[in-house]
Design a protein around this ligand. Structure first.
Ligand SMILES: Cc1ncc(COP(=O)(O)O)c(C=O)c1O
Length: 397
């Protein structure tokens, strides 16, 4: 007789092993809103590990828009979009996103995870192929697993290898998919080159620009704007859960035929609830804020430049870049985790990442800068990283 509860024992053993190995993830509780500084254990801590790039997660105009939508449009939709879950607001936000990326149309999902899960299965069949950068986000990997197309993983950022694979493949229709920004590194995909490669080999280019929407480019249009190819990406997926308000929501922006197909066929759209009106309206407010105040993107860039320069001048190993994800390489995984703990004691909330999320020997603190950080907050963070770094002999002045 087999014991159904044996699974529970098995899971408990695995969790215990994770705790012993120090890999069990512990969640610190924020005792107030997300912001440039947050309240943890009754103390104010500089937040260096959220995706609140523009500081809109607690912006008064975004809060007001959410509150107003609850009053005027209600709390929830109690439906999927195609049954009775589409309000005027949803269509307005979709138009806004399409204009933003200069595509024909856009479609909302409740997360970018859902958007990536939707795209490939709805548009590609077993006769087709998808080519994915090996370091793409988990949601792209899972989204591709759900489709029947031939799957190719190209070595990270290796466009020669990609071109060779495209050359050899004989599938009917092809898509190439990449993160716009690889978030462990803050490294940009070479979208200018990718546009050319895809054109040359007759493939559609899909970019998940979750970490760059509202962040990169003079107008915050993303990685493509930063690299001079705005409006030339065939299909863009992205999130409303980072710079653009930070609550939730995702989208696909692209050609009419793709968006129409997704509305008709994509499973997360057909079988999962509509985005609540308060989030839709607050996201519209976030797009307004971005367009009305270019200073937001400029401040984010200046804060990032300041933080990177200060750390570099103190001898830290900070890979070059322009993105507000600022990795500080410390070497071993245990050290990154230990430094992250000590930094919390020092009043700075920054995550430590190690193997297998990043290669062996390249464990790091990953700081994420926001337009909302004041100079004092950034100086406080740099001073704390310097103290903790010196304690462990990390920086080489
Ligand atoms: C590149 C990328 N794609 C998708 C997602 C998922 O976005 P969401 O939180 O909207 O599901 C993330 C979030 O971490 C991401 O970094």
């Amino acid at each position: 007789m087999r014991d159904a509860h044996a699974l529970l024992d098995h899971l408990t053993t695995e969790i215990l092993a994770q705790k012993e190995a120090g890999t069990y993830k512990v969640e610190h509780q924020l005792e107030g809103p997300q912001g440039a500084s947050v309240q943890v254990d009754g103390r104010s801590i500089v937040m260096l590990t959220s995706n609140n790039y523009l500081g809109l997660a607690d912006h008064p105009k975004v809060r007001d828009a959410a509150r107003k939508a609850i009053d005027e449009w209600g709390f929830g939709m109690a439906s999927v979009r195609f049954i009775c879950g589409t309000q005027t607001l949803h269509l307005e936000l979709e138009r806004r996103i399409a204009e933003f990326f200069e595509t024909d149309d856009a479609i909302l999902y409740t997360s970018c995870w859902n958007a990536n899960e939707a795209l490939f299965a709805a548009t590609l069949t077993a006769e087709d192929a998808v080519f994915s950068d090996e370091l793409n986000h988990a949601s792209i990997i899972d989204g591709i697993r759900l489709c029947k197309a031939n799957r190719y993983r190209y070595p990270h950022d290796d466009l020669d290898a990609l071109a060779e694979m495209l050359e050899e493949d004989e599938s009917r229709h092809r898509m190439v998919v990449t993160d716009g920004v690889f978030s462990m590194e803050g490294k940009l995909a070479q979208l200018d080159e990718l546009v050319a490669t895809c054109r040359q080999h007759g493939a559609l280019l899909v970019v998940d620009d979750s970490h760059a929407t509202g962040v990169l480019g003079a107008r915050g249009r993303g990685t493509a704007e930063e690299l001079g190819v705005h409006g030339q990406i065939d299909i863009v997926t992205g999130t409303l859960g980072k710079a653009m308000g930070g609550a939730a929501g995702g989208f696909v922006a692209g050609p009419q035929s793709v968006i129409d197909t997704l509305r008709q066929r994509s499973r997360p759209y057909l079988f999962s609830n509509s985005l609540p009106p308060m989030i839709v309206n607050a996201s519209l407010a976030a797009f307004d804020l971005l367009d009305e105040s270019p200073a937001l993107v400029a401040r984010l860039r200046e804060n990032t430049r300041f933080f990177r320069t200060e750390l570099e001048s103190r001898g830290f190993d900070v890979p070059r870049g322009v993105h507000p994800v600022v990795p500080v390489i410390v070497g071993e995984t245990a050290l990154a985790i230990q430094m992250s703990k000590e930094l919390l004691d020092e009043g700075v909330y920054v995550s430590g990442f190690g193997y297998p999320v990043v290669p062996h020997g390249e464990a790091r603190l990953r700081a994420q800068i926001s337009a909302a950080h004041t100079r004092e907050e950034l100086e406080q963070a740099v001073a704390a990283i310097e103290r903790v770094g010196q304690r462990h002999g990390v920086a080489t002045p």
